[in-house]
Design a binder for this molecule. Structure first.
Ligand SMILES: [Zn+2]
Length: 280
């Protein structure tokens, strides 16, 4: 599943290729993904200029302006298996290539085998107005923004008996800390994933915020290194290799203390941790 780092690198790649360019043609090949794609989307998009490319959580927001038409934003989610890649305009279609935006000799191509992604059109002018949309309104703060502070995390975990990992994954305190990054950040912060959220001290909240930022920043940097190939259309962006310290390492020795990494299920998601390095 594309996580925040993949979506952020996708955003950067789209910005690099599309910013300031006109969408010569838009093609939508499916009537619905997770839900209906607006029926008139291809007509609405053609002739518009890409004015900015933003991200909120795992949603991509492409501002598409036109001198004679009302402003609007394309809202795209990659779902479970989606990708939005840059290819040469003459690249043959594959199965599950559901939508194209052609900008000169390049195409932004939306591909999604499982169709859990979504494409919507928001007829609003500003990013702030987009954020009022029901899909975005309940989202927590961005993990790499200044809004994600130890104080906020501490406040929002008061009175919460749920496990700290569940609280982070839920997305209503902070967005985009997916399963892999959650396990890794908790390990780096020395916090047991099953610890009750309300037991998080201010000091540990500070460590956890730093660990979340570090983990995501490293993953984005790893993905960024393949950005050039991705933009040139020579390579499809895969999932980033994170140098996992605990994730998917059950039974192997902890890199911190040598103890065996354990696995537990939380809300049907696998969590990996070291019971020596991570305290409740
Ligand atoms: Zn350890």
């Amino acid at each position: 599943m594309p996580e925040l780092p993949e979506v952020e690198v996708t955003r950067r790649a789209i910005a690099q290729v599309a910013l300031g360019h006109v969408i010569d043609e838009a093609i939508v090949r499916v009537p619905r993904l997770r839900w209906d794609v607006p029926a008139d989307l291809a007509r609405v998009l053609a002739g518009r200029r890409v004015a900015s490319v933003a991200r909120r959580g795992k949603y991509l927001l492409v501002e598409c302006t036109h001198t004679q038409r009302a402003p609007g934003w394309l809202l795209v989610h990659l779902g479970m298996s989606g990708s939005f890649t840059v290819v040469a305009a003459d690249t043959p279609l594959r199965k599950h290539d559901h939508a194209d935006l052609r900008l000169g000799d390049r195409v932004l191509r939306y591909h999604d085998p499982r169709r859990f992604g979504s494409i919507d059109w928001l007829p609003v002018a500003t990013l702030a107005e987009c954020e009022a949309h029901p899909l975005l309104a309940g989202l927590g703060v961005e993990p790499l923004s200044e809004q994600f502070t130890a104080e906020l995390l501490w406040q929002r975990t008061r009175g919460r008996r749920v496990a700290i990992k569940q609280a982070l994954l839920a997305g209503n305190i902070v967005v985009g800390v997916g399963n892999i990054y959650c396990s890794e950040a908790l390990f780096r912060a020395g916090i047991h994933p099953a610890m009750q959220a309300q037991r998080l001290s201010r000091e540990r909240a500070m460590r956890l915020v730093a660990a979340v930022r570090e983990t995501l920043t490293e993953a984005i940097a790893a993905g960024g290194s393949s950005l050039r190939d991705f933009v040139s259309g020579e390579q499809e962006m895969g999932y980033f290799q994170v140098n996992a310290r605990v994730y998917d390492r059950a039974g192997q020795p902890c890199r911190g203390c040598g103890n065996t990494i354990r696995k537990l299920l939380q809300g049907q998601r696998a969590t990996y941790y070291c019971s020596v390095c991570q305290k409740r």
